[in-house]
Design a binder for this molecule. Structure first.
Ligand code: AMP
Length: 282
C-alpha cells in the first residue's frame, strides 16, 4: 500500500491511473477502522482499478471539542488493517495540508431541510464541516466512485444532494450498515465505551429492530412514544432524538407513507451513538 501525506504526493501516485482513465474508488474515513469501513473498501475493490482510503479526523465537523480530542487515532493498527484489506493507497493528510494556514472557513450550502433536522439540529455546524472536507477530499482524489455507509444516513443524503446540485461527476455508492453480533452498529466511538456502557448500548439496535416490526401495526406517534419510554427506563442512556422521516427529503413524517427511515441518536454516558433502520411500505 502506498501512503500519501500531501495532495502533491497523492497526485504522484494517482496521475498514472488518471492518464489511463481507469476507475479510482474512494473511501473517506476518520480512521479507527472497523469492519464497517472495511466493507466499503471491499466494495470499492470490486468496482475500481485502484482503491484509495483517506484517514483524516476533520476538525471542522466536530461541534464538541471534547469529542474531537478523545477521537481514537490508532494509526499503525489502521495501516495494518488497510494492508490486510488490500487497499492500494492511503491518503493521510495533516490538518495543515487540508486547511492551509489554519483557514477553517466552511462551505455555505443550502440543503433545505436535509441539514436542519436530526444531526443538523443536534450538532450545529457539523454538516457544513463534513461537506467542506468531503469536497476538498473529492478535489484531491478525483474519484470515479466514492463509498459511504448508510450508518450515517443523513450524511449520505446530503452528499448525494451536493453532488447533484453542483453536477459533480462522481458516483456515490451507499453501503449497508455493518453490525456487531449483538446488533450494535459498528462505530469508531464504540471503542470509547466502558464495558457497562457497551452493554447498555444494545438497547439501541434492539429498539430499532422492534420499531421495524411495529411499523406494520402502529402509528408514528405510538412508535415514538414507545421508543421514548424504552430509553426513559434505562438509567444510563439518554435519548437525543428519535425521528421517522421520508428517506429522500428527511422531513419528519406524522403518518406512514412510501419509504421511510427511523433515525436515532443516544448518549451512552458521554459517548453519542447513532443508528437507523429503513422502514418499508405499510
Ligand atoms: P467515519 O470514519 O465514522 O467517518 O466513517 C467513514 C465511512 O464509514 C462513512 O461513510 C460511514 O458511514 C462508514 N461507516 C461507519 N460505520 C459503519 C458501519 N457500521 N457500517 C457501514 N459503514 C460504516
Amino acid at each position: 500500500m502506498k501512503i500519501a501525506h500531501t495532495i502533491e504526493e497523492l497526485d504522484t501516485i494517482l496521475d498514472p491511473y488518471r492518464k489511463e482513465e481507469v476507475a479510482i474508488g474512494f473511501v473517506p474515513t476518520m480512521g479507527a477502522l472497523h469492519k464497517g469501513h472495511i466493507s466499503l473498501i471491499e466494495k470499492a475493490k470490486t468496482e475500481n482499478a485502484v482503491t484509495v482510503c483517506s484517514i483524516f479526523v476533520n476538525p471542522t465537523q466536530f461541534n464538541d471539542p471534547k469529542d474531537l480530542q478523545r477521537y481514537p487515532r490508532p494509526v499503525e493498527e489502521d495501516k495494518r488493517i488497510l494492508e490486510e484489506a488490500g487497499c492500494d493507497v492511503l491518503f493521510m493528510p495533516s490538518v495543515e495540508a487540508m486547511y492551509p494556514g489554519g483557514n477553517f472557513t466552511t462551505l455555505e450550502e443550502n440543503f433545505g431541510v436535509l441539514d436542519k433536522v436530526m444531526e443538523g439540529a443536534s450538532r450545529p455546524g457539523h454538516f457544513a464541516g463534513m461537506i467542506t472536507i468531503v469536497n476538498l477530499l473529492f478535489m484531491a482524489v478525483k474519484p470515479v466512485n466514492a463509498y459511504f455507509g448508510q450508518k450515517d444516513y443523513q450524511q449520505l443524503a446530503i452528499i448525494r444532494r451536493f453532488i447533484e446540485k453542483h453536477v459533480i461527476p462522481i458516483n456515490i455508492v451507499g453501503c449497508p450498515i455493518v453490525r456487531d453480533a449483538d446488533g450494535l452498529a459498528m462505530s469508531s466511538r464504540n471503542s470509547l465505551l466502558t464495558a457497562e456502557e457497551r452493554k447498555h448500548a444494545q438497547l439501541i439496535p434492539q429498539t430499532m429492530f422492534k420499531v421495524k416490526e411495529m411499523w406494520e401495526k402502529k402509528t408514528v406517534a405510538e412508535i415514538k412514544k414507545w421508543v421514548e419510554g424504552e430509553f426513559a427506563k434505562d438509567g444510563l442512556l439518554r435519548l437525543d432524538y428519535f425521528e421517522i422521516s421520508d428517506t429522500k427529503t428527511l422531513e419528519p413524517v406524522t403518518t406512514a407513507h412510501g419509504e421511510c427511515v427511523a433515525c436515532i441518536a443516544v448518549f451512552d454516558g458521554n459517548i453519542r451513538l447513532i443508528d437507523n433502520v429503513l422502514l418499508t411500505n405499510k
